[in-house]
Design a protein around this ligand. Sequence first.
Ligand code: ACM
Length: 546
Amino acid sequence: METLLQLVNFNTKGYYFEGVRIKDAPRFVWRGLMIDAARHFQPVAVLKRNLDAMAAVKLNVFHWHLTDDQGFRVASKIYPKLQEQASDGLFYTQEQIKEVVRHASNLGIRVVPEFDVPGHASAILTAYPALGSKEGYPYSIERFSGVFNPTLNPIKEATYTFLENLFTEIAPLFPDEYFHIGGDENEGKHWDENKEIQEFKKKQQLKNNHALQTYFNIKLEKILKKLGKKLMGWDEILTPSTPKTAVIHSWRGKQEGLAQSTLIAAAKKGYQTVLSAGYYIDRMLSVTHHYSVDPIGNAVLTKEERKRILGAEATMWSELVTPQTIDARIWPRTAAIAERFWSAKKITDINNMQKRLKVINFQLEELGITHIKNRDVILRNISNHQNIEALKALSKICEPLKIYSRNKGGTEYKTFSPFTLFADACSADAEDAVAFNHQVQVFLASNNLNSLQQIKISLKKWSTNYVDFQKHKQTPITHALEPLSKNVSLISELLHGSLLSKKFTKEDQSISKQLIKQLKEPCQDVTLVILDSLNKLVHFCTTNYN
Ligand code: ACM
């Protein structure tokens, strides 16, 4: 049905389908999107519109990250302190959970909940500190981002009673067979600091904290089995004694210093597995990057091993994402990722994908996704409702800092910091930059005159950005952007002049070098993503117009 919807065509008389035969089937059965509703709570309306968009691009698994250090987001009747003390009042009622699951189900989307334990447990332990591993520790809802020490105590029976009661209450809200227990990033510091836990490890001959966590996971697996659920966890749960019934969610790969993602290793060891390494959309990398990651790559697998690879998931971690910005962080890149999960491995033509993504981009808007309009909303806010054209032009050549270099150390922003800044109006794949960078590449490779013409048009436009920028009364946020606007205009004017006059003096060279150096520095958590191209043009002018 979604394919059919994509095929609607029109003329002046009406709307129609071309006469076509649709022959299509997915490459992977598990095509997911994870949304982190813990770091920043995401209201039901946000989830529903994103589920609609997921269905449109044939994603069929919604992985709902519901608990973390920054909040516990589900109402429990048995353990009400969870929502009362560990959610800041931002949680889903059980009726709301059913509503979201129903909405997803009607769209053919399964919902896999995640309750992240035993680490990432600051919120749970804020409500029930007695379950923690460090006695007397002042557990509180975490406001920063990162990996924290509060960890459930794996040697206390009370921990398992709590989890069994909680899961028995919560699991029926989620009809899906799979149940995600997180399990990531437990560094075991509080375990190391607890004498009883150390003694327990010795007595049970548990060699290290990984073995202790596996002891914990095996107990959880039994609880979940009774509830008719299959345990799924992030790839840290994979140890020699992990039951083969566990599903391994591979998230670590080259970025984490491994030779390849843990996906292949898990499949070879006999586990069902799902890949997220390469699809971390919160890293703010380009659509081209994600589209180019093949879940299996060149791995050689037996038929049985291949069958264990269920599929893949994009992950929308929400440390820096609010209901206002989440759509633009997910879309349209996830549409291309969805195609990677659906289509044959050989479908890799980037230009063709980009062309089709432009169409999907607006279809997403039709479904209620706010990725396009919210840029203007944020820019109007930061300019105090003045004309935003100059800011908007700038936002189309800037991207938020990538790979977690925004929010260094996890402490530049807190949960309730405003995410209504210029960087929040910017997105990956800044559209004018993508186009400009392409034209520069073509021009330098082939001396294409049409490309040169396009380059001149862009430079001319940016050369006046600062004049427009200055026409408005500056707010604190726009004022901080002034050097960026000014330097973009100066270098654009210089290069535009040089390309017209075919002259580039020693002084021009020196000034342009200075400007490039200044523009290299991040400003207000964004980078200027035309910088490489500008630098190449400076080289070109230096070489040819000297
Ligand atoms: C993860 O990114 N910690 C699973």
